[in-house]
Design a protein around this ligand. Structure first.
Ligand SMILES: Cc1cc2nc3c(=O)[nH]c(=O)nc-3n(C[C@H](O)[C@H](O)[C@H](O)COP(=O)(O)O)c2cc1C
Length: 190
């Protein structure tokens, strides 16, 4: 359905980012979008311009994306037909939202920022407007226990929890409200 196509791309190792991706997908679907969800795999190539709204997310690893996501971003920029133009003129009818899960056990939200901005640059270089960024706190399973109990966000051993996921759903609905006049999203149930 033109104007209503959304894509949720994600990579997850321990499931936190997978839960967030699924909630984004379900919220878009409930709103009436024609939405696909896909993990980032080794040879994945995506034509971003086939969609109106793209969410791309991963866990933060050492302040940036994990290697498979880094490789995807690099590879996908080299797909057929992509031309990076001076001033990155905006493409109408499409928007992107980077998202992540992260522990934040050392410096809190600042641990999410470089990765969200880094992913965002891949979209903006193609003229795809980045309309929001979503960072969700997630337990760091293999880490020193103190990272999950005495970090900047306190006890995060059960995060993301239902409250976090409801917050994500609200953010997604907000994005749809914001965009429905600039991207022809049609009649949405939001
Ligand atoms: C190798 C590795 C490096 C990580 N580096 C960071 C980091 O720099 N900052 C941070 O806030 N969290 C870091 N984390 C925590 C993860 O971002 C967090 O646990 C995330 O929710 C895991 O997502 P997943 O369950 O989808 O794999 C790291 C986790 C791993 C395994």
């Amino acid at each position: 359905m033109p104007g209503k196509k959304a894509l949720v791309l994600f990579w997850t190792k321990n499931g936190n980012t997978g839960k967030v991706a699924q909630r984004i997908h379900d919220t878009l679907q409930q709103a009436g979008m024609d939405v696909s969800i896909s993990p980032v795999t080794k040879d994945l190539k995506i034509e971003y311009l086939d969609y109106n709204l793209i969410f791309l997310g991963a866990p933060v690893y050492e302040n940036l994306s994990p290697k498979p996501v880094m490789s995807f971003l690099h590879r996908n920029r080299r797909r057929d037909g992509v031309k990076l133009l001076a001033s990155a003129p905006e493409v109408p009818g499409i928007a992107a939202v980077p998202f992540c899960t992260y522990g934040g056990g050392h410096t809190g939200y600042n641990e999410a920022v470089p990765m969200l901005k880094h992913i965002g640059q891949y979209f903006e270089h193609e003229g795809i407007r980045v309309v929001d960024e979503i960072a969700v706190v997630g337990v760091f399973p293999e880490a020193d226990e103190s990272y999950n109990t005495r970090g900047r966000f306190g006890d995060i051993r059960k995060r993301p929890d239902e409250h976090d996921l409801e917050d994500v759903a609200g953010r997604v609905r907000g994005i749809l409200h914001r965009l429905h006049r600039v991207i022809p999203l049609g009649e949405l149930h939001i």
